[in-house]
Design a protein around this ligand. Structure first.
Ligand code: MG
Length: 270
């Protein structure tokens, strides 16, 4: 019988059809894949289920991610990923069919939005109906000031792909999109509607794309405030792994409890 860290019966995980997996801290640590990752992913496939890596990071394209995980020996193609950019395209397509959207982000972010069928401008345009920001690792002051002008002088609905304040790097952290939005709030008085984790929207969109129900889905991750909270907000089963950020003490103290706790994904052999 499959049991979790607290010896709780976790057999229902065997019936899941979609495994939404966080990446850093869950299947690898920075650039080193965890020993049990391949066996875990194989066991999902042998149960005729699917795994999709879910990430808030909108600075990299899905193609970039495929390359990154292939180097680590992880089997994945483009449809094994769902980024906050994918979720944004799905959401904005429904609301702004054909309408002009001002976007700021990396060149690969802008390309993904256009390839996804959105009508995008990256220059100031008063007629834009929406503003969408991604994590811009190619940020310039000119881009920032154009976005500021869009926010200050138009009533376009304002979105950002994800709310993370910082992004981990090998020496600590760099400011992420949430920090940029905080600076823009100081300039414009406006806050965005966030799309990525911990908002449930991202998971709703992933389930919609994969054609599965909440009951058939599970979210697995190492962060309580994003992975576990997003699953909880979306009404999906959650698994917290202890291979990354969250410790047992954090889990005890955090308001939202994961359905299951495992030391790492290598312990979840279906
Ligand atoms: Mg993580």
């Amino acid at each position: 019988m499959l049991t979790d860290f607290f010896n709780q019966n976790a057999e229902r995980l065997k019936n899941k059809k979609l495994f939404l997996l966080d990446m850093d801290g869950t299947v690898y640590n920075e650039n080193t894949v965890f020993g049990g990752t391949a066996a875990f992913l194989d066991s999902i496939l042998s149960h005729n289920a699917k795994y999709v890596f879910v990430t808030n990071n909108s600075s990299k394209s899905v193609a970039d991610y495929v390359k990154k995980v292939e180097k680590m020996g992880i089997k994945a193609n483009e449809d094994n990923f769902f980024t906050s950019t994918n979720a944004s395209v799905m959401l904005l397509k429904k609301t702004y069919q054909g309408a002009l959207i001002y976007a700021q982000g990396t060149a690969s972010f802008i390309k993904e939005l256009k390839d996804g069928g959105l009508n995008i401008t990256t220059v100031y345009d008063k007629s834009a109906k929406a503003i969408l920001l991604g994590f811009d690792t190619e940020l310039t002051f000119e881009k920032l000031s154009t976005t500021s002008k869009m926010l200050c002088t138009t009533n376009a609905t304002y979105y950002a792909t994800h709310p993370d304040y910082v992004c981990p790097v090998n020496y600590g952290f760099v400011p992420d999109l949430g920090s940029m939005c905080f600076g823009l709030f100081k300039a414009s008085g406006k806050n965005p509607i966030y799309i990525g984790k911990p908002k449930p929207q991202m998971l709703y969109s992933a389930m919609e794309r994969e054609g599965v129900t909440k009951e058939e889905t599970v979210v697995i991750g190492d962060r309580l405030s994003t992975d576990i909270t997003s699953g909880y907000n979306a009404g999906i089963d959650t698994v917290c792994v202890l291979s990354g950020e969250a410790t047992l003490k954090d889990i005890q103290e955090f308001q939202i409890k994961p359905a299951f706790v495992f030391e790492g994904i290598e312990k979840i052999i279906l």
